[in-house]
Design a protein around this ligand. Structure first.
Ligand SMILES: [Zn+2]
Length: 399
């Protein structure tokens, strides 16, 4: 691992890394029985930032530094660091909702386990990867634990922002916030060249097209299907030639997101179903078998419900990626029209965004950009994707 140890994956986040390093060192002094100033170490943290800024990477790196055997350095080489990064450390739990929300049952079980003494003698760490998907009841269960944290327990919450829609005001008030920023494209490109061995040309293109999201940039560089999906999305503006076309393009965009999502969950769905059926099939036919069958039907129904919820989430995530790409195009039109001295996102379709910039006023380009952002917001607030996307297409066409 490089000289930055566990924090080396956090590209362009120097301030956040400095804060986390200091806190981890203070935490190590607490473990050693030394006194630290109040506020040097905090039991509850919120990591915010746009997609791809590295919220969960930052939380995981910090968890590793807390368990690091070298005075909280986060060396990346000791057993503590390794097991946390590999998600196998006994005292570090990662919670990611399978469906659209994290239930109160999950949260209660987690809070109970987090209250036990850390087996490795350092910290019990709970990383909640999508804290914005806590149900209200789950949020309340978590709040109780954060209000009176066990002495050696640390909660790390990852969420897009500290807006009340994402995290409750009361939880927010008990946490220290680490705000990650969108890493600059040149920092992402440099990381892609250094760590993934990409050529300069590919790295610069992928970093810009992914708008600072390093995970997405890696995917775009490596996966031809991801590139094809992106290219299809970028043809949307020129396909909007009338009301009928708006509806057609909307339907195509939503069904592409559905197909992408279905492909992403098909394997895990089948594996889970066959594992469950196998477990249930071992039930036998003796006394009580009828009761067991009723139980089995319930378990299959539960599994189907969870899988449906996960599929819905995967669809929304896929659609959101498409909308981010589309927003990038209208942003390019706007900055071209305003002659802003910043790099375009989609350099490969620059002739198109330049043509649009000559045709539309900056106000009209801005309205289109806002239509895309409004669509993301509507879908976030549970508006049916078809409806939100149709409304967006009509606005994109009208300008
Ligand atoms: Zn270490």
């Amino acid at each position: 691992m490089s000289q930055d140890g566990v924090f080396s994956d956090l590209v362009g986040q120097d301030d956040a890394v400095e804060t986390l390093r200091r806190a981890a060192q203070a935490a190590a002094r607490v473990v050693a029985g030394e006194q630290v100033g109040s506020g040097a170490m905090t039991h509850a943290w919120i990591f915010t930032g746009p997609p791809g800024a590295g919220r969960t990477l930052a939380a995981r790196a910090f968890a590793a530094a807390l368990e690091c055997e070298r005075a909280g350095a986060g060396c990346g080489e000791c057993h503590g660091c390794h097991t946390v990064l590999g998600k196998t450390h006994a005292d570090v739990r990662f919670v990611a909702p399978e469906g659209l929300s994290i239930s109160v049952h999950e949260m209660r079980a987690l809070v109970l386990r987090a209250a036990t003494a850390p087996s490795g003698g350092r910290w019990q760490v709970v990383v909640i990867e999508d804290a914005d998907r806590l149900t209200e009841a789950a949020g309340n269960a978590l709040l109780k634990a954060i209000e009176e944290p066990p002495p050696r327990t640390v909660f790390l919450l990852c969420t897009p922002s500290t807006h009340p829609d994402d995290i409750s005001v009361t939880i927010r008030s008990r946490c220290r916030v680490v705000a990650l920023r969108q890493p600059p494209a040149d920092a992402v490109a440099a990381a892609l060249m250094e760590r993934n061995g990409l050529t300069r040309e590919t790295a610069v293109w992928a970093a810009a097209a992914a708008q600072g999201d390093i995970v997405r940039a890696r995917l775009l560089a490596a996966d031809p299907e991801a590139r094809t999906r992106r290219e299809a999305v970028l043809t949307v503006p020129k396909r909007l030639t009338g009301v009928g076309a708006c509806f057609d393009v909307a339907a195509a965009l939503v069904s592409a997101a559905k197909a992408e999502a279905a492909a992403s969950v098909v394997e895990s769905d089948a594996a889970e179903r066959s594992a469950l059926e196998q477990a249930l099939g071992a039930g036998g036919t003796g006394r009580g078998a009828a009761g067991a069958m009723r139980g089995a039907a319930g378990q299959i129904k539960d599994l189907e419900k969870r899988q449906k919820s996960r599929a819905t989430r995967a669809q929304r995530d896929a659609l959101d990626r498409a909308l981010v790409d589309l927003a990038g195009f209208y942003r390019d039109v706007l900055i071209t029209a305003l002659r802003a001295p910043v790099a375009v996102v989609h350099g490969d379709v620059a002739p198109q965004s330049e043509a649009a910039a000559r045709k539309w006023t900056p106000e009209s380009a801005l309205r289109r950009l806002e239509a895309v952002l409004a669509c993301r917001e509507s879908i976030n607030q549970n508006v049916k994707p078809e409806i939100a996307v149709e409304a967006m297409m009509l606005n994109l066409w009208k300008g």
